[in-house]
Write a protein that binds this ligand. Structure first.
Ligand SMILES: CC(C)(COP(=O)(O)OP(=O)(O)OC[C@H]1O[C@@H](n2cnc3c(N)ncnc32)[C@H](O)[C@@H]1OP(=O)(O)O)[C@@H](O)C(=O)NCCC(=O)NCCS
Length: 167
């Protein structure tokens, strides 16, 4: 477990750092599980899109800071869709992702969200399974998902987590 992790809400000033995390997490962190062409489709450029910061601040976004450096971030939409889950490659399997996930789950419970959904990557799938998520036979329609591929193994998986109403 990595100590010295600070989990906090996203600030506009985190925009560049979170996009850097996204780019690294895909291009390097996911390289063990995807072809180069898939990685390029997923994260085409290190250049941050102009609306990246306002997009993340428009949703429930949490970042993990280690030694004052952004090491990961997760984003949950009001619909319960877990849209972003990324940690820098050196923080994979470190427990940092679990801390971000726990913050997202607490927000979902505080908002009495009945269900969370995701299109999970090949790396997020086992992580979410360990957190009780199941495969979703009837996912909410979302443009671009499942990602079309000639790869026999899917690039992403519809998963869901039904949340018991807070008693
Ligand atoms: C998804 C993610 C946040 C999960 O965090 P994590 O700390 O890696 O979580 P876990 O330790 O539970 O690892 C989950 C899986 O990632 C893969 N993985 C993690 N670290 C790895 C490493 N160093 N080498 C190879 N595979 C690795 C494994 O498949 C692992 O499953 P396993 O432990 O059953 O083998 C993180 O892996 C990540 O940022 N991945 C790249 C981007 C991505 O896929 N985001 C999800 C979008 S839906």
């Amino acid at each position: 477990m990595t100590d010295g992790i600070v989990i906090r809400r996203f600030h506009d000033s985190d925009a560049e750092a979170t996009h850097d995390v996204f780019y690294e997490a895909v291009r390097i962190g996911a390289a063990t599980h995807y072809r180069e062409t898939d990685l390029i489709d997923w994260a085409p450029t290190a250049e941050m899109p102009a609306d990246w910061g306002s997009w993340l601040s428009g949703h429930f976004t949490v970042v993990a800071e280690v030694d004052a450096r952004v090491a990961g971030f997760f984003m949950l939409e009001k619909s319960g869709y877990l849209n972003m889950a990324f940690v820098r490659p050196e923080y994979r399997r470190s427990g940092l992702a679990q801390k971000l996930y726990d913050a997202i789950l607490a927000e979902a419970r505080a908002g009495s969200m009945p269900r969370l959904t995701v299109w999970a990557s090949r790396l997020a799938r086992p992580f979410l399974r360990r957190n009780g998520w199941e495969f979703d036979p009837d996912p909410p329609p979302l443009d671009g998902h499942p990602v079309v591929t000639d790869d026999p193994e899917p690039l992403d998986y519809a998963m869901k987590l039904d949340l018991d109403p807070v008693s």
